[in-house]
Design a protein around this ligand. Structure first.
Ligand code: MV4
Length: 449
């Protein structure tokens, strides 16, 4: 086992990783920007090293600073968390080259899954269902026209270097395709320094379903069921749950096996998430992307599977084998997560960085709050606005929603505006309660406090 892990991140996930390390008897090193000196990850880690000024690009993404901190503290491994350097193949490679274990898959895997057109092609070749469209990158408007006329409109153009909803365009008819192709490609070029696009049939009223997978170095690949992530606003997830209200055990095993097969075919090692688009009408599912990091919403899977995913991720990085009984592990009950952001839901979700004047995290049976915030804490405007994740678990979905309402009611956060009242409104919505929603839910949802 590692003796010491450096956590190349901040906020709630840095704290989450420190907790896993300490339970495993591993020492921890926090790195922090000058804006985060009073953050809990600095306080709870065994050691802490300042790595730069407030902007993430000069601190949490500053590779030389982070490597120096790892060197200085004699760390064995580096955990990147999510965001920042978590899916940067150069960083993974540099860690390895300097004899630090990167807690994640090898650099080549991160690179191949980061190119979305390549990832889709690999999964198609592995027999995983993909959305009809181009095989890999499209090289010309002519090729796009040809494929679009074969599969029919509407189609979607996606940036191969994008992902998570960045660099996408819906095209409704032939006349719009050329313009969309040219502008999407130049936008992708300036945003990602890569103008490659791929094209696929646009699936209406879809749901976002993702499968948690785990793979060890000994050839075992297993899945831990799905997370339902369709409640999103501008590609930012707000509520996640497991299991999905529309997936039964048979479908779970079908999608889960597809994810496992896809991961196995590329020799995946570590913890990962395979994202699928689920067509509510036809009940078909299609591979979209694979994420090679621990995800924000991992706790809902932890609650229903009764396992600590960060500890498992660390064990996989050490080279441990997945115990065979885990492939048979059944999910228990229903878990849901509400992302609490310091944003004003009454004012287009504008960030509300402010001093937290009062803070009370809810408790009781089946309630978990993953947060780095405390009374007196100053929320910095330099980072994302996530200030906590409220996760609840109970025997079924209805009881979980009731429990979430109770826990949201109990939560006290004074100072910044937060998404809590917005979550309360969603919990009261009858379509949400019935599990009747798709990724367009929040576009038509009318928020009344
Ligand atoms: C799609 C789609 C419909 N058809 N692809 C958005 C995130 C990125 N991973 C892919 N996304 C989508 N791809 C086809 N062919 C609809 C979306 C989409 C979406 C997907 C998941 C969750 C929320 C979404 C919101 C808008 C669009």
């Amino acid at each position: 086992m590692f003796k010491k892990i450096l956590i190349a991140n901040r906020g709630e996930i840095a704290l989450r990783i420190i907790r896993a390390c300490h339970e495993l008897g591993i020492e921890t090193v926090a790195v922090y920007s000058s804006a985060d000196e009073l953050s809990l990850h600095v306080r709870f880690a065994d050691e802490a090293v300042c790595i730069g000024p407030p902007p993430g690009s000069e601190s949490y993404m500053n590779i030389p600073s982070i490597l120096s901190a790892a060197e200085l503290t004699n760390s064995d491994a580096i955990h990147p968390g999510y965001g920042f350097l978590a899916e940067n193949p150069e960083f993974a490679q540099i860690c390895t080259d300097n004899d630090f274990v990167f807690i994640g898959p090898p650099a080549e895997t991160i690179l191949s899954m980061g190119e979305k057109a390549t990832a889709k092609k690999s999964m198609n070749e592995a027999g995983v269902p993909v959305i009809p469209g181009s095989t890999g990158v499209i090289s010309s408007v002519g090729e796009a026209q040809k494929i679009a006329s074969e599969i029919g409109f509407p189609v979607m153009l996606k940036a191969s270097a994008g992902g998570g909803g960045r660099g996408m365009r819906i095209v409704k008819e032939t006349d719009q395709l050329e313009r969309a192709f040219v502008t999407a490609s130049s936008e992708a070029q300036s945003a990602f320094n890569n103008g490659d696009l791929y094209l696929e049939k646009y699936v209406e009223k879809s749901r976002h379903i993702e499968i948690q997978i785990l793979a060890d170095r000994h050839g075992n690949v297993i899945h831990f069921g799905e997370r339902e992530c369709s409640i999103q606003r501008r590609h930012q997830k707000l509520i996640e749950e497991s299991p999905s209200p529309i997936i039964d055990e048979e479908l779970r095993q079908k999608i889960g096996s597809a994810a496992v097969q896809g991961a196995a075919s590329i020799g995946y090692v570590g913890l990962g998430t395979v994202e699928f688009l689920f067509d509510s009408k036809s009940k078909e599912f299609y591979f979209m992307e694979m994420n090679t990091r621990i995800q924000v919403e991992h706790p809902v899977t932890e609650m229903v599977m009764g396992k600590d995913l960060v500890k498992m991720q660390i064990r996989l990085a050490v080279g441990e084998e997945i115990p065979s009984y885990l492939a048979q592990q059944k999910l228990r009950g229903h878990a849901m997560e509400c992302r609490i952001n310091a944003e004003d839901p009454s004012n287009d979700f504008i960030p509300s960085p402010a001093k937290v004047e009062e803070f009370y995290a809810p408790g009781g049976n089946g309630v978990r709050m993953d947060s780095h915030v405390y009374a007196g804490y100053e929320i910095s405007p330099h980072y994302d606005s996530l200030i906590g994740k409220l996760i609840v678990h109970s025997e079924d979905r209805n009881t979980t929603i009731n429990r979430m309402q109770r826990a949201l009611e109990e939560t006290i956060i004074e100072g910044p505006k937060t998404t809590i009242p917005f979550h309360q409104a969603i919990m009261r919505n009858s379509d949400f309660q019935a599990g009747n929603f798709h990724t367009g839910f929040l576009e038509t949802f009318v928020y009344e406090e």
